[in-house]
Design a protein around this ligand. Structure first.
Ligand SMILES: NC(=O)c1ccc[n+]([C@@H]2O[C@H](COP(=O)([O-])OP(=O)(O)OC[C@H]3O[C@@H](n4cnc5c(N)ncnc54)[C@H](OP(=O)(O)O)[C@@H]3O)[C@@H](O)[C@H]2O)c1
Length: 241
């Protein structure tokens, strides 16, 4: 049975993805920082797991390598939300966002590469960007910069690893997960942001997880190098007043 690694597996999107993949009979290897939630999810899904902080390259490498070989896929669903005006962003903010979002994705793919290659054909990598790369939003300088690097990484790796390994990214808009909790906690704020989407709602974890599961599977075997929006239209369409 093929194995897929989900880094950020206990998150909103990561857990929804892991459950979908398990329903398809995929063997899973789960990675996140917090041990308690990771153990509970691994038990629920009959998965192997390893804890790691994506900001620690050696720890992340050994956590991904613990999945064994071969691997049919890797999803890196780890992220940060640091929303501040440029004048208040510190070097530490920008470095942390870059380390966790971009360098972590780079290191996770690098660690998984021998095992993805060992799968021989049809292996798939899914990374996560954000709507805030395609469309500019105030207070998003640090996260847009880090996720912009993820989009560059997707295209470079898709070219380098073709035809054996496909590499794509998903770019969500605001999605109801623990990451977005501070933005959606207040119902009036959540409703106001939902109205800025042509499809008039916020994202749910299942919206992005459904596309991630598709991109990791054989139905997506002719798709690589793409950044696909799951954003209620917000990236390219103006919402009606
Ligand atoms: N939710 C949104 O509105 C939104 C919008 C645009 C893009 N995205 C992107 O979508 C992806 C999934 O986001 P989500 O909303 O599902 O996030 P989430 O609910 O916060 O989940 C994040 C997951 O990553 C793990 N994690 C966080 N920091 C980590 C670190 N330093 N090292 C290792 N694991 C870490 C978390 O578990 P531990 O804390 O236990 O480690 C958790 O499993 C991210 O790349 C995010 O940037 C989300």
């Amino acid at each position: 049975m093929s194995t897929i690694v989900v880094v950020g597996a206990t998150g909103g999107i990561g857990a929804a993805l892991a459950r979908r993949l398990r329903e398809r009979g995929v063997q899973l290897h789960l990675v996140a920082r917090g041990r308690e939630r990771l153990v509970a999810l691994a038990e629920e899904l009959g998965a192997s797991f390893a804890t790691a902080d994506a900001g620690d390259p050696a720890m992340l490498k050994s956590a991904v390598e613990a999945a064994g070989s071969p691997l049919s896929g890797l999803a890196y669903a780890v992220g940060t939300i640091t929303l501040k005006p440029l004048a208040r962003l510190s070097v530490e903010d920008a470095e942390r966002d870059f380390r966790v979002n971009a360098l972590g994705a780079f290191l996770a793919v690098q660690a998984a590469l021998p095992a993805l290659r060992a799968h021989r054909t049809g292996a798939s990598v899914v990374l996560f960007s954000t709507v805030a790369v395609r469309r500019g939003f105030p207070m998003h300088a640090s996260i847009a910069m880090a996720k912009g690097a993820v989009e560059g990484l997707v295209r470079a790796l898709a070219a380098e690893l073709a035809p054996e390994i496909r590499v794509n990214a998903i770019a969500p808009s605001l999605t109801r997960t623990p990451l977005a909790e501070s933005l959606v906690r207040n119902p009036a704020t959540a409703e106001a942001i939902a109205r800025q989407h042509p499809l008039r709602r916020l994202g749910e974890a299942e919206d992005a997880a459904a596309l991630a599961a598709f991109l990791l599977g054989p139905e997506a075997s002719w798709i690589t190098g793409q950044v696909i929006a799951v954003d209620g239209g917000r990236g390219v369409i103006e919402a009606k007043p």
